[in-house]
Design a protein around this ligand. Structure first.
Ligand code: MF3
Ligand code: CO
Length: 237
């Protein structure tokens, strides 16, 4: 899982450096699939429940599961990139939200808060804590800043499958839920909206958007619970 996680991290960093005004998400998709092939990894999302791409690209009011297309990105957009691979039977899954050129202060604040909420959740991913400690850390962090937590999509256990038990909501109560033990691996993925938490799915059956048109950001890491604390498998050290 460390190898799968590192591959995902490297490819997401490559994608981050490619994002700029004029680039299309289709070009990002091509980069990601070629980069995975080069590393002998299989893209985890392609054909998963018939998802048509290897990468999810969700700009602005898109929350998750946006399908790459040939529309150029525009300065001021924010773009969520979600990518996963399977390597030697094990999965890695991570997401980042990046600014396209210069973005508004409000957009940058949402991005920063969403990433910080993921870090707050990861700090709680230690043996003896419960899942609710992880979930509530995200909720507390973002709601105190006036943002809202998407309810309809959640994080997940990960390992020999992309999605394993338990589900990991980004809201909940401290002290509740499954007790965390060394060896568990969690994909923690806050999806945070600028305004209301309500989302809907477009007619393509994939793209999730905010109902009110507000911005949404998404960060995700694959995190192993160890005796020595959380080990972020999708971060390049
Ligand atoms: N990180 C997302 C998830 O865990 C990405 C899945 S996209 C899909 O659900 F196409 F594979 F569904
Ligand atoms: Co995931």
């Amino acid at each position: 899982m460390r190898i799968a996680g590192r591959i995902v991290a490297e490819i997401l960093e490559g994608l981050r450096s490619l994002v700029c005004p004029g680039v299309t998400t289709f070009e990002l998709e091509q980069f990601a699939s070629a980069a995975a092939l080069k590393r002998n990894a299989k893209c985890a999302f392609r054909d998963y429940h018939k998802y048509p791409s290897s990468l999810c690209c969700s700009p602005n009011n898109q929350v998750v599961h946006g399908i790459p297309n040939k529309n150029p990105l525009i300065a001021g957009d924010i773009l969520s990139l979600d990518f996963g691979v399977v390597y030697d039977g094990f999965y890695g899954d991570a997401a980042i939200t990046v600014p396209v050129g210069t973005v508004s202060g409000a957009a940058q604040k949402l991005i920063t808060a969403t990433e910080a909420s993921l870090n707050a959740a990861i700090e709680m991913a230690v043996p003896g804590n419960r899942l609710g400690d992880v979930s509530s850390a995200v909720q507390r962090f973002v709601e105190s800043r006036g943002y809202s937590v998407v309810r309809d999509f959640v994080g997940h256990g990960i390992g020999r499958s992309l999605h394993e038990d338990p589900q990991i909501p980004n809201y909940g109560s401290p002290g509740k839920g499954v007790k965390l033990k060394p060896g568990m691996v969690l994909a923690i993925e806050p999806m945070i909206n600028e305004k209301s938490h309500e989302v809907e799915v477009l007619d393509d059956n994939w793209t999730v958007i905010t109902c009110d048109g507000g911005l949404s950001a998404h960060f995700e890491h694959t995190v192993a619970i160890t005796e020595n604390g959380p080990e972020i498998l999708t971060r390049i050290c």
